[in-house]
Design a protein around this ligand. Sequence first.
Ligand code: BEZ
Length: 232
Amino acid sequence: MSMPRIGDKAPSFKAVTTQGEINFPEQFQGSWVILFSHPADFTPVCTSEFMTFASLENQFNDLNCKLVGLSVDGLYSHIAWLRTIKEKIEYKGMKNVEVKFPLIEDITMEVAKKYGMIQPGESSTKAVRAVFVIDPKGVIRTIIYYPLSLGRNFDELLRIVVALQAADNFKIATPADWRPGDDVIVPPAGSCGAAKDRMEGKEEMKCYDWFFCTKKLDKNVIIDAIKKDIKK
Ligand code: BEZ
C-alpha cells in the first residue's frame, strides 16, 4: 500500500464516476483539484459533508479548484445516495442539493489503495476521510486524513486553496491561522535570512526578528491573481 506525499505527482488512474469516466489527474491539468474520499454512501457524516461540498462547489470553482469524490461503494449506490440527498435531505438550511462533481466508484479499492485512503487501523473495508489538494501541474500540495467519526472543516479547505495560490503567486508563506487579508510572511519559510536586506525600501515590512518578517497582502490582490490564473 502506497502513501503519496506532498510534492509527489498525483498518482494517475482512470475511473468510472457519477459524471462519466475520468482520467486523473491528466484531465484536470490547469486546474486545482481536491480529490477526497469518504467512508460510505448512506451514512450521516458523509451526507453532511457532501451537502456542504456541493453547496460550496461554486466557491471552489471560483478559486479554479475542481472537486472529485471517491468511496469504495459502487456506481448505483452513489447514484441512489445522491438522489436521496437531493430529494429528501434538508440540513442546516441546505435543501434540494445537487452534487454535480464526479464521485468515483472504487469497489476494487484500487484508487483508494494508491492514495493511502485505506488505513486498516481505522477500517480495512472503508476509506478514511482523505483530502488531497493537487495543483494545476498535478503535484500534491496538501494532504489531510481524518478518521471516520470526524467531518471535515470546509472553511479550512477553502483557506488551504487560497493560501497555496497566494504562496505561489506572491512567493510568500502564511502564518498560523492566516485568513485572506491578514499579513503574510516574507520570504517563504526556509529562506528567511536575507528577508530584510532584499525587501528593504521595496515594501512595508514588519520584522519581529531577523528571521520573522511580515507584509500586508490585500485580499483583493490575491483574488485578482487567482482570476488571472483562471484566464491563462
Ligand atoms: C458517517 O459518515 O457517518 C460514518 C461513516 C462510516 C463510519 C462512521 C460514520
